[in-house]
Design a protein around this ligand. Structure first.
Ligand SMILES: Cc1cc2nc3c(=O)[nH]c(=O)nc-3n(C[C@H](O)[C@H](O)[C@H](O)COP(=O)(O)O)c2cc1C
Length: 179
């Protein structure tokens, strides 16, 4: 079958089927706090501990990360979908931060109290690609919250896991982080 060039709409439709965990990426620059909702977040390496994020160049948080070379990934709980909405456009600037408590760790980026986990990072590499910049952040500090279900995003909607378990547990030491 002859392949046709992929247009952005086709790409986005396919990507909507890729369920993702929702985080809030924060940064701070020149005394101001910045933050945005993101699903393009993943573990890049365990040694050294490194997180990868993809940030649209038009997002206000992009400039803060590029200038400060700092960011924090705050992994959201299933109940936090309204916070996600605030950080994806329903609120702007400082208004995004007002409904919750925030702290600072090693880098000074805002850290969400009661996230599932927060990864406080210093940018060690970046790649400009199309509409986005891919930042690699070395994790300088981790805040672990109490265990809970993550907030997911799938087919343009927020979702949560019906259950945290499916199938048999993987044998001891053979789960993903065992490698
Ligand atoms: C569920 C969800 C996931 C998102 N993931 C990303 C992402 O990974 N990268 C990105 O650049 N924007 C992502 N966005 C869009 C930004 O959150 C949105 O553009 C944000 O408002 C930009 O900030 P600004 O309004 O301060 O410019 C996502 C939005 C939603 C609702």
């Amino acid at each position: 079958m002859e392949a046709k060039p992929v247009d952005a709409e086709q790409f986005k439709t396919g990507m909507r089927s890729l369920a993702g965990a929702v985080s809030i990426i924060t940064s701070a620059h020149a005394g101001r706090r910045y933050g945005m909702t993101a699903t393009a977040v993943c573990s890049a390496s365990a040694e050294p501990p490194t997180v990868l994020i993809c940030v649209n160049k038009l997002a206000t948080t992009h400039g803060a990360i590029a200038k400060s070379k700092l960011f924090c990934v705050n992994v959201l709980r299933a109940d936090d979908w309204e916070l996600s909405t605030s950080f994806s456009g329903a609120q702007t600037g400082e208004g995004r931060f007002k409904s919750r408590d925030w702290a600072k760790l090693a880098t000074g980026s805002p850290v969400l109290i009661d996230s599932l986990a927060s990864f406080d990072c210093r940018v060690v590499n970046k790649l400009l690609h199309g509409t986005h910049t891919i930042f690699l952040g070395q994790v300088e500090q981790v805040l672990l919250g109490k265990k809970g279900k993550p907030l997911l995003y799938s087919e343009g909607q927020y979702a949560k896991l019906a259950s945290l378990t499916l199938g048999e547990p993987l044998p001891e030491g053979l789960d993903y982080w065992g490698f």
